[in-house]
Design a protein around this ligand. Structure first.
Ligand SMILES: Nc1ncnc2c1ncn2[C@@H]1O[C@H](COP(=O)(O)OP(=O)(O)OP(=O)(O)O)[C@@H](O)[C@H]1O
Length: 763
């Protein structure tokens, strides 16, 4: 016995050998079955068989068996009760075919006895069912194989879909890359634009400065650069566009090919399905629907792909086209900009042309001005030459004048007496009777001074009486300054020698005379003494000489010779190691005192301060050593080093302003001890000075060619190169007007006369 149960969409074939003994023989899911394409008809056949078997059993066993049992065994009813919606053709026992088979069956066993006949029929039915089940199993296996094939095909199709999706992703990536490239192109283009602008600015600047040809060349270069860049940009963009279009075409082609392939496959599949549908019967609706679903999914995939293609066609390519348009617009904008820049360049060119015209005009004016400047320069040079010549001539003439006046000049200065202090005739009698006239010159341009112990005239109050004098002493000097003469008047005569020192000569100015005769007054009076006045004149003259091309370096030194010892007045020191020694450079006619302080003087003030310092040091020392100032020679030395920028002339001159020690005679001073030694040293050095000057005079006159005793005293040795030759010497003989100093005055006048008698001739 076989019973088919349908429960939970499963058909279960049960072989029942006996009532109440049921064995599960085979079980196939309905859905699976239907999906594998099992024919409903065959199933119906089988159920029909089962119905036959059932009917047979019903007929053969118990005709009174209940209708309920019958209905519970009916597969048709079971199928319907399981909710199977398949339309299965009805195999009712009352159907014609069924009845015919029953007739055939009955006719075969009609001859057999009733018991045997039932048994045979049952065995026959059993074998028949077995065979049919076997054949159905085989068919089921075949269907399973077909199902597997379809599954494989579906997997393949899914794989194809995946591939398509991958392809779409790759395409998207490519599009992304293309977008990046386009961005890069944009960036590159903006960079190129910036570079072009920068180049353009640079070129504009250089255009403004360089020549017209350069401008033209630069313009051409810039134009060609811009054109090249534009062409390059166009070419690159064109290439990109072409490649993009090519890519798009390729993609479209690929899509088309794939579409065709897909269509072909779909057609094939459809055909296959149709074939299979024909083969597997129309009852395989589920299968078809699944296939339809697959088809739908495939179509969806296809639509998706189509949409992607459309997206690519509709969105990306227009985007690319828009970008291209944008680039073209930019290119046009650049072209317009280039055109405007070109206009600007032409404007600039015009400006440069007008500027170059102006420049040419200015150059012409400049040339004419240059010509005038050259002319004036030449004139100025000529004038400078003339000026230098004049300056030289002036110097020569000045020197000649000084020589004519005498390289050794002696001026006598009579110290005034405080006239208000002379109250009585007896006071007048204490004065030295002297006679001179301030403007009375003899044939040799000398002035004469006559002194006498006795009154020279009946009117002794006058200095210029012309009465005959007994026991009188007559002297001749280059100039005699009356007691009323001021320092300014005195300096007028000296100033020419100061000029000589600036002109490169060595000048010595001595103040000779007994103590109290007015030497310091004459030389160092702080306001108008010879030294302060010389300082004034020197710095004034230097300024004037600057316009004639002269520049001067001035150095100042101050020293004292006391007891034949040199003392630095700017830095007095008791240090025995600091020896002040006189050194001579006979070749360059330069004298140097070792360790002597030398100060560079650039202003009057500096020179005055230097003098003030020296005077202070001298007075401090004087207090310590009992009026030493009267018994020492003080020397203020100014050295001038001049150079003329016009004529390149050089000059080296020295101005020595010397306040000599008092010239007291030993007999009159009646000194002893230290004081005697001092007086002897003073007298020795003064007499040496006289000797040197005298010897020099003799040498120049040709009478004495031998020895000049410079070394006999520190003073003469120091002044070796400032005495003699072209050097100028001026000696002030300061005399006292008092009768009590008559002998000293006479002595001084005699010494001065000795000096004055030596007129040094120029070489
Ligand atoms: N030209 C003058 N006018 C007015 N006073 C004068 C003149 N010359 C000298 N004296 C006065 O005479 C005095 C002595 O003068 P001064 O000190 O210059 O002499 P000296 O020769 O330098 O003396 P010593 O050798 O001691 O230094 C001073 O008081 C000074 O004021």
């Amino acid at each position: 016995m076989y019973t088919v149960f349908i429960y939970n969409s499963c058909i279960t074939v049960v072989s029942e050998f006996s009532r109440g003994n049921t064995v599960m023989d085979n079980s196939v899911g309905v859905n699976e079955w239907t999906s594998t394409g099992n024919s409903a008809r065959e199933l119906n056949d089988m159920t029909g068989v089962l119905q036959d078997v059932s009917d047979t059993r019903i007929n053969s066993q118990d005709s009174d068996s209940t209708q309920a049992q019958k209905s519970s065994l009916s597969p048709r009813k079971r199928l319907h009760s399981a909710g199977n919606r398949q339309s299965i053709p009805a195999y009712h026992p009352s159907s014609k075919s069924h009845r015919s088979s029953m007739i055939r069956f009955d006719s075969r066993f009609s001859d057999a006895p009733d018991g045997d006949r039932d048994t045979v029929r049952r065995s026959y039915n059993s074998s028949r069912i077995k065979n049919r089940i076997k054949s159905k199993r085989e068919e089921l296996n075949r269907l399973n194989t077909q199902v597997m094939t379809l599954k494989t095909q579906r997997a393949n199709q899914e794989f194809e879909n995946f591939k398509l999706e991958d392809r779409a992703i790759v395409l998207k990536e490519k599009l992304g890359t293309l977008n990046e490239e386009i961005e890069e192109l944009k960036h590159h283009e903006s960079e190129s634009l910036k570079e072009l602008e920068y180049k353009y600015k640079l070129t504009n600047k250089s255009l403004g400065l360089s020549h017209e040809e350069k401008i033209h060349k630069l313009k051409e270069e810039i134009s060609s650069d811009i054109e090249t860049l534009i062409e390059e940009s166009v070419r690159r963009n064109g290439k990109k566009k072409e490649s993009l279009l090519e890519e798009r075409d390729n993609l479209l082609k690929q899509i088309k090919v794939q579409e065709q392939e897909l269509n072909r496959k779909l057609i094939k599949l459809k055909e296959d399905y149709n074939k299979r549908l024909i083969m597997l019967d129309k009852g395989m609706d589920d299968n078809i629907s699944s296939l339809k679903q697959e088809l739908n999914s495939l179509q969806e995939a296809r639509e998706d792909t189509d949409r992607k293609c459309v997206y690519l066609q509709s969105d990306e390519i227009p985007n690319l086209n828009a970008l291209n348009e944008k680039l073209n617009k930019k290119l046009n904008y650049l072209k317009i900009k280039f055109h405007s820049k070109d206009m600007e360049i032409s404007n600039l060119k015009n400006q440069i042309l007008s500027l170059s015209t102006t420049r040419t005009n200015i150059e012409k004016t400049f040339e004419s001005k240059e010509t005038s400047v050259e002319y004036f320069n030449e004139k100025s040079l000529a004038l400078n030459d003339k000026l230098a010549d004049y300056e030289h001539e002036r110097r020569v003439l000045h020197n000649r004048l000084q020589e004519i006046k005498g390289n050794i000049r002696v001026y006598c200065r009579i110290r005034p007496v405080n006239v208000s202090a002379i109250k009585k005739d007896s006071d007048l009698a204490d004065m030295i009777p002297m006679e001179f006239s301030s403007d009375d010159f003899n044939e040799e341009a000398n002035q004469e001074l006559t002194i006498s112990k006795e009154p020279i005239s009946e009117y002794p109050s006058s200095y210029s009486l012309h009465n005959k004098v007994s026991n009188s002493h007559k002297f001749q000097f280059d100039k005699i300054f009356s007691p009323e003469a001021s320092n300014q008047e005195t300096f007028e005569e000296l100033s020419q020698l100061v000029q000589s020192s600036l002109d490169g000569y060595n000048v010595c100015v001595f103040a000779y005379g007994q103590t109290g005769s007015g030497k310091t007054w004459t030389m160092s009076h702080p306001e108008d003494g010879m030294i302060p006045s010389s300082i004034n004149k020197i710095f004034n003259d230097i300024n004037t000489l600057k316009s004639k091309g002269w520049d001067y370096n001035i150095e100042g030194q101050c020293l004292e010779i006391y007891n034949e010892t040199i003392i630095d007045l700017l830095s007095p020191s008791t240090n025995p190691n600091k020896k002040l020694e006189i050194k001579h450079d006979d070749v360059n006619q330069v004298t140097l005192v070792t360790n002597l302080t030398s100060s560079k003087l650039e202003t009057k003030e500096q020179a005055r301060q230097l003098l003030h310092r020296a005077m202070q040091n001298r007075s401090t020392a004087s207090t310590k050593s009992n009026e030493r100032s009267s018994r020492s020679h003080s020397i203020f030395m100014l050295k001038f080093e001049g150079i003329n920028k016009i004529s390149n002339e050089k000059s080296n001159g020295t101005l020595n302003l010397i306040d000599l020690a008092g010239s007291e005679r030993l007999s009159s001073s009646q000194v002893r001890g230290e004081r005697l030694k001092e007086t002897q040293a003073i007298n020795k050095s003064l007499s040496c000075l006289g000797d040197v000057i005298y010897s020099l005079g003799q040498q120049q006159n040709g009478t004495n060619q031998h020895h000049i005793p410079y070394r006999n005293s520190k003073l003469t040795y120091l002044l070796k190169h400032s005495l003699g030759g072209n050097a100028k010497t001026l000696m002030f003989v300061n005399i006292s007007p008092l009768l009590k100093n008559f002998n000293e005055t006479l002595n001084s006048l005699r010494f001065a006369t000795k000096v004055n008698s030596t007129k040094l001739a120029s070489k």
